[in-house]
Design a binder for this molecule. Structure first.
Ligand code: GSH
Length: 254
């Protein structure tokens, strides 16, 4: 028996569909992706930014088919196969791409070790503070819990935005901090429509940064339509994804 999340639109649409069509040929790097997934979009953005040759393969991660579990035992997208070897976890894939393709620019990590560490600190903040608050706000059913989630989200985003040099996190250089948060800037309209979220209420220039991120070419080229269909299940707290279950149980997002 399947889970309700299995019933998703089967492939990318809009600008992302064109990008998928350009990446059907076999390559050393196979990108296992779900068109709808913000974690996928992180790695996809890096592939597109750097112009790395890749073959796009659409996976429905809710089906947990054996061939996919062999690649990622966690059964989550994104995952890659690189020269026959498997790797998963969006940010780990992003860093792998940065290191495995040193001649492909832009470089998304600064060259100075201290600056690199600062970028990683912010990635940690996105994972531990911002994303859990985003999911909590999305899934909360009671008004007071939605409001509490929203305030946590504002606080997490505010702390991050405060450090933005502009127009991107490190200034002119587009970096992994931008990559890590951008897919949620693309999707925050869902919270605006259903949870009273306003970019302006974050402050510290988040609105301007979010606008810059969502309009960047690599984000536009990897964005589809139909996100509402996916997020409807989260908004009703019916989603059975690992992230949704973890959020419901007060656990860390896997
Ligand atoms: N920490 C993982 C999260 C990936 C993730 O949660 N992907 C979702 C789709 S957006 C997935 O594959 N869900 C399948 C499931 O929950 O069963 C990463 O950063 O790659």
């Amino acid at each position: 028996m399947g889970v309700p999340d299995e019933k998703i639109h089967p492939h990318a649409t809009g600008a992302a569909a064109k990008t998928v069509a350009q990446h059907e040929q076999p390559q050393d790097l196979v990108f296992y992706a779900g068109w709808f997934c913000p974690f996928v979009q992180r790695s996809w953005v890096v592939l597109e930014e750097k112009g790395i040759p890749y073959q796009y393969k659409e996976v429905n991660p809710y089906k947990k088919e054996k061939h996919f579990l062999d690649i990622n035992p966690k059964g989550l997208v994104p995952a890659i196969e690189y020269k026959g070897k498997a790797l998963y976890e969006s940010l780990i894939i992003c860093e792998f791409l940065e290191e495995a393709y040193p001649d492909h620019t832009p470089h998304l990590l600064p060259s100075d070790p201290f600056e690199r560490a600062i970028v990683r600190l912010q990635l940690d903040h996105v994972s531990k503070a911002i994303l859990p608050a985003f999911f909590r706000t999305l899934q909360a059913q009671e008004k007071d819990k939605q409001e509490a989630g929203l305030q946590e989200l504002y606080s997490g985003l505010r702390q991050l935005a405060q450090k933005v040099k502009g127009p991107y996190f490190l200034g002119e250089q587009f970096s992994l901090v931008d990559v890590a948060i951008a897919p949620w800037a693309v999707r925050d309209y869902i919270l605006a429509e259903h949870r009273g979220y306003k970019r302006e209420d974050v402050g510290n220039g988040w609105k301007e940064w979010a606008e810059k991120l969502e309009s960047r070419d690599s984000l536009v080229k990897t964005s589809s339509q139909h996100y509402e269909e996916i997020y409807g299940r989260y908004l009703r707290d019916e989603a059975q994804s690992e992230a949704a279950k973890a959020t419901r149980a007060g656990r860390v997002i896997p």
